[in-house]
Design a protein around this ligand. Structure first.
Ligand code: SAM
Ligand code: GLN
Length: 298
């Protein structure tokens, strides 16, 4: 698609955005206008206000880069992989192909997790399957007194989460390995919170995912309730009495994950996302930590 202005013709950015949006929409891209805006803001190094108040159109170089980005997006590359960044709560995170892009619904996981340990000072937290580091970093940002660990089996994720931690000067220890395996023995039995957004798409559902979701790593997406079950069986070894396990789930997994939690944990709750769909399950080990309060502050 051509987005360059003919010589001498002033082109308003709103017209460029409208045409690019129509092009994306014709290729079945979701949120076409917002996508066109996000790509232009990135390419021109400006924000939304700067974009719309711009008096000149695109020069040849910007127009070529924009055309290429539109083409890549139409071929199923997520917009966040093209811009290399994603907002998650108060943090702008670096994202890259090969690592799961943080989703807005995961902000609810962070809120439920932070609420669960609100009454504890200096909580010890482990984020399992950290990806870009989104959950671990958001928790450390909200609770600077927390000691936060993060794990992932993907070296690309560990590298990216470490660089996101440095970018925001957040002290999170990111380690490579399976579930809680990389956490030092000294922390066993001392953890206040295990939090995880594990891969939970069912194998049978994978083929019908949108192209841009399938552009993310398979190992970051597919797991059904396998990881929830492993977390319920492996976390109690690491949690202190009264410590919490808080996980994200697929919207049809609430009843199943609730019953898995109820086999070993107490105060089990299934919490909805902003769209009202089941999204988070939390529960805690029986017993209490001195000075700790339960999730509702009692
Ligand atoms: N927490 C990030 C977020 O919410 O944006 C990423 C979530 S992504 C759905 C799941 C992550 O779990 C991926 O980064 C994947 O590499 C990681 N993972 C998969 N299997 C794992 C395992 N056995 N142990 C630790 N991490 C694992
Ligand atoms: N919400 C993701 C999706 O777009 C899946 C997230 C996950 O597996 N944790 O399907």
């Amino acid at each position: 698609m051509t987005t360059e202005a003919p010589a001498g013709t002033p082109v308003r950015m709103s017209a460029v955005i409208r045409r690019a949006g129509d092009y994306l929409a014709a290729h079945g891209v979701q949120s076409p206008r917002a996508t066109a805006e996000a790509l232009l803001m990135y390419l021109l190094g400006t924000d939304r206000a700067g974009l719309y108040s711009r008096s000149e159109g695109l020069d040849t170089r910007a127009a070529r880069l924009f055309g290429r980005a539109l083409c890549q997006r139409c071929h199923g590359i997520p917009v966040e992989y093209l811009t290399g960044r994603q907002q998650f709560m108060d943090l702008t995170l670096g994202v890259a192909p090969g690592v799961f892009v943080p989703r807005p619904e995961t902000e609810g996981l962070v809120e439920a997790a932070v609420e669960a340990v609100a009454g504890r000072s200096g909580p010890v937290v482990v984020d399992v399957g950290t990806g870009t580091g989104a959950v671990a970093l958001a928790i450390k940002h909200l609770r600077p007194d927390a000691a936060v660990w993060a794990t992932d089996v993907s070296q690309a994720a560990v590298t990216l989460a470490t660089s996101n931690a440095l970018r925001h000067s957040l002290d999170v220890d990111v380690r490579l390995g399976d579930l809680l395996g990389p956490i030092p023995e000294a922390v066993r039995g001392e953890v206040d919170l295990v939090v995880s957004n594990p891969p939970y798409v069912a194998r049978e559902a994978y083929d019908s995912l949108p192209e841009e979701v399938k552009a993310e790593p398979y190992e970051a997406l597919v797991g059904g309730t396998r990881f929830h079950r492993r977390l319920v069986s492996e976390s109690p070894d690491w949690l202190r009495p009264g410590g919490w396990l808080v996980v994200e789930i697929g919207d049809d997994q609430g009843p199943e994950v609730r019953s898995v939690f109820e086999a070993g944990l107490v105060e089990v709750e299934v919490l909805p996302d902003l769209a009202g769909r089941d999204r988070v399950v939390r529960g805690r080990l029986p017993g209490a930590t001195p000075g700790a309060t339960s999730a509702d502050g009692s």
